[in-house]
Design a protein around this ligand. Structure first.
Ligand SMILES: [Zn+2]
Length: 324
């Protein structure tokens, strides 16, 4: 990497207790910050506009209309522009809905600001830009949604429709979950979480030692953990509430990924944690060249099976989804 100011090769330097790239000639520091985006909940007669994504990532899945904010526009302007580009609707913004972070990607770290809005031309709804479809959905007919942040927004929207005011309370109790690559100090906790898997409820000491050794030594394993400060405060010792482990299988003419294990502490299920772990695990598998992701469906618990179906696995004994 070269300095974008003077062209000198950047050097890794310890700054603010983090490794950062710094220019030895002019002092320029290449900071890595989240990219800001905007999303809209466009409501009309109790229904919400969703678009089906026409391009990767998550091609073919539904999301709220959203996009990145350009340098020369305000966040409100970006919301109105994205709505028009993706849905053909002219919208009036009603209120700020919430701000959500996605440090885990995809693929870059970002934050997204959601607004509530209503269309002034609801009859003109049509898919535009990179959307392949656009439609109004009622609360009872919502499809599978790509992206953890959008799922959390929809969960809050549904909650608020049931009991007004609940959404505000829900917003205060959003789990502060972040996802990062696993480190050696996490291995003990990961093996402990494995006991939540139906096939592993009585792991022997030998099985635990073997799992720990694989976590330490295997370059074919990609492991990520989800952390919550709230959980750390309650448990007094660990922030880790879940993990995902993906194995890479290099075949003769194709690399496949195997979803080895995904575990989330029971009280953190249905809060988007599994989705965040799944998103980062599949992203890493794709980066390492995997063309498909396989899963042994028979080893998953009923609630895990329900989750896997909701993200696109078909439920056959060895289920697969294509990654590219
Ligand atoms: Zn420089």
């Amino acid at each position: 990497m070269f300095c974008q100011r003077c062209g000198t090769e950047l050097r890794e330097t310890d700054l603010d207790s983090r490794p950062r790239l710094k220019c030895p000639a002019c002092g320029y520091v290449q900071y890595q910050n989240p990219v800001p985006g905007v999303g809209v909940l466009i409501e009309h007669e109790g229904r919400l506009v969703l678009i089906r994504r026409g391009h990767p990532p998550h091609q073919g899945q539904w999301t709220l209309p959203s996009g990145f904010i350009e340098a020369d526009e305000s966040v409100e302007h970006a919301a109105v522009r994205e709505a028009r580009e993706e849905t053909g609707l002219n919208i009036a913004l009603d209120e700020l809905f919430g701000v959500y972070s996605f440090p885990e990607g995809p693929p870059r770290s970002g934050l997204i600001i959601f607004y509530r809005a209503h269309p002034t031309n609801p009859a003109d709804l049509r898919a535009g830009d990179d959307a392949s479809e656009a439609a109004f959905f009622s609360a009872t007919e919502l499809p599978v949604i790509a992206f953890r942040t959008h799922r959390e927004v929809l969960a809050r929207w549904l909650l608020e429709r049931q009991e007004p005011g609940a959404a505000a309370a829900g917003a205060q109790h959003q789990p502060d979950v972040t996802v990062r690559p696993a480190e050696p100090r996490d291995h003990y906790r990961i093996v402990e979480l494995m006991s939540h898997m139906p096939a592993q409820t009585r792991m022997s000491d030998i099985a635990r030692a073997r799992a720990t050794a694989r976590l330490r030594d295997s370059s074919a394993l990609e492991v990520f953990v989800a952390e919550s400060a709230e959980y750390q405060a309650a448990s007094q010792w660990t922030a880790i509430i879940g993990f995902v482990a993906v194995s890479l299988l290099e075949g003769l003419n194709e690399t496949r990924a195997w979803l080895d294990a995904m575990v989330v502490e029971p009280e953190y299920r249905r809060r988007g944690v599994g989705g965040a772990l799944f998103d980062i695990g599949t992203r890493r598998a794709r980066e390492r060249g995997a063309s498909q992701l396989l899963l042994d469906f028979t080893r998953a618990s009923p609630s895990a099976q329900e989750f896997y179906r909701s993200i696109g696995f078909d439920g056959s004994e060895v289920s697969r989804i294509r990654l590219r």
